[in-house]
Design a protein around this ligand. Structure first.
Ligand code: ATP
Ligand code: BTN
Length: 266
């Protein structure tokens, strides 16, 4: 990654400190350790390659050199933000989705549709382009820091081969051509998180998050842990960011964050 470009792209953002790595195991691991040892609010870890990138439940996240964005942002939540921390994944997903929506069109193609596959993936025309992993550092009963880890496939080379995927994936390059500058996309996502953050506790935040959800009003199936899958119509979100479905008998079902995988069940 071009470090001069990186510095220039980030220069106007009110970040804490920045740690850049050509290669690292996982930016989230680095950020969690840094947060625990006193990192400032809005400190950033960014890497050109991850050799042990993680998704939820230690699933692997591929970040080959020079192809992707892989970074972790440390937030020190304020007293006002603390009651709303379950919404953090929505904050990140909305900032990623917004950063993609503002990108230009190439060769007259129709604008790709950007949606959030609850809870932690961002889709471009129905395929996964980015994943989010939110983790916390606790101090007794209180959350001291939140780490927002974001991985985005920028070049085609970032996309793992189909047999490694449970859900189809894509890259920005596929839709916008080869000249997308990672540093600019990074800037837009960080600026989006910073701008949305003061609104995290509002009803309009939940409304925007809901509006961006993939499969809204459609039949979906949610696999949760080893239990049998739940099916229902995706209605929207509860105020804590849990998913609201209606079952065939009309009963309302709430799906909480955790080991959940969401699929269309058309
Ligand atoms: P999904 O609904 O996509 O199956 P999940 O809940 O099973 O998601 P996540 O924890 O959201 O899993 O994401 C990790 C999964 O993402 C991995 O198991 C792998 O299949 C897939 N994956 C890994 N690297 C990438 C990448 N660079 N781009 C897209 N998908 C990836
Ligand atoms: C997912 O879809 O499961 C989430 C993937 C999150 C990947 C990012 S890349 C930067 C940060 N470091 C990690 O090890 N994981 C997150």
């Amino acid at each position: 990654m071009n470090q001069i470009e990186l510095k220039r792209a980030l220069s106007k953002l009110p970040l804490g400190d920045v740690r850049y790595f050509d290669s690292i195991g996982s930016t989230n691991n680095e950020a969690l350790a840094w947060a625990a040892s006193g990192a400032k609010d809005l400190s950033l870890v960014i890497a050109d390659e991850q050799t042990a990138g993680r998704g939820r439940l230690d699933r692997k996240w591929f970040t080959p050199k020079g192809t992707a964005l892989a970074f972790s942002l440390i937030l020190r939540p304020t007293t006002e933000e603390k009651p709303h921390l379950t919404r953090t994944v929505g904050l990140a997903a909305l900032a990623v989705a917004d950063s993609l929506r503002t990108r230009g069109l190439v060769h007259g193609t129709a604008a790709p549709v950007t949606q959030i596959k609850w809870p932690n993936d961002v889709l471009l025309n129905g395929r996964k382009v980015a994943g989010i992993l939110v983790e916390s550092v606790w101090s007794g009963e209180e959350v001291d820091c939140v780490v927002i880890g974001i991985g985005m496939n920028v070049a085609k080379g970032a996309v793992p081969s189909a047999e490694l995927l449970q859900f189809p994936a894509t890259s920005l390059e596929e839709w916008l051509g080869p000249h997308v500058q990672r540093e600019k996309v990074l800037h837009d996502i960080l600026a989006g998180i910073i701008a949305l953050r003061p609104h995290i506790g509002t009803d309009s935040f939940i409304a925007s998050w809901e509006k961006a959800l993939a499969f809204r009003g459609e039949q979906i199936q949610v696999e949760a842990g080893s239990g049998s899958p739940v099916t229902g119509k995706l209605l929207g979100l509860e105020s804590d960011g849990s998913l609201r479905l209606s079952a065939e008998d009309g009963k309302s079902i709430t799906v909480r964050f955790g080991d959940v995988r969401l699929r269309s069940h058309g």
